[in-house]
Design a protein around this ligand. Sequence first.
Ligand SMILES: [Zn+2]
Length: 119
Amino acid sequence: MPEKKKSTERFEMPVAECLVQGNKTLIKNFDSICKTLRRDSKQVSKVILRELAASGSMQGNALLIQGKFSDKTVNEKLEYYFKNYVLCRECGKPDTHFDSEGRSTILVCEVCGARKPVK
Ligand SMILES: [Zn+2]
């Protein structure tokens, strides 16, 4: 018996388009990445910059980072964000949102209802 095809599509992680300008790196499609992940660009940039140990700021739809970073490095950090702040660890679905519980932030899964505190 062939296995029934699941209706849920695999979520495709958006790929960052980086542009190095002098000593700065511009993630051109940062805003659209955040929209795909259904996350606030401010919150995403905070985590990405912390992981890169760099400073930066939003420039329109792009994130401007102080320092030179390769596409590979930036995409690794985005994947880190995705795994820790988007993906549900119980069921592996990206349909999640943040909730607050006292002073901590909780990642709530809209599929299975799992709640996990995030850093
Ligand atoms: Zn879940």
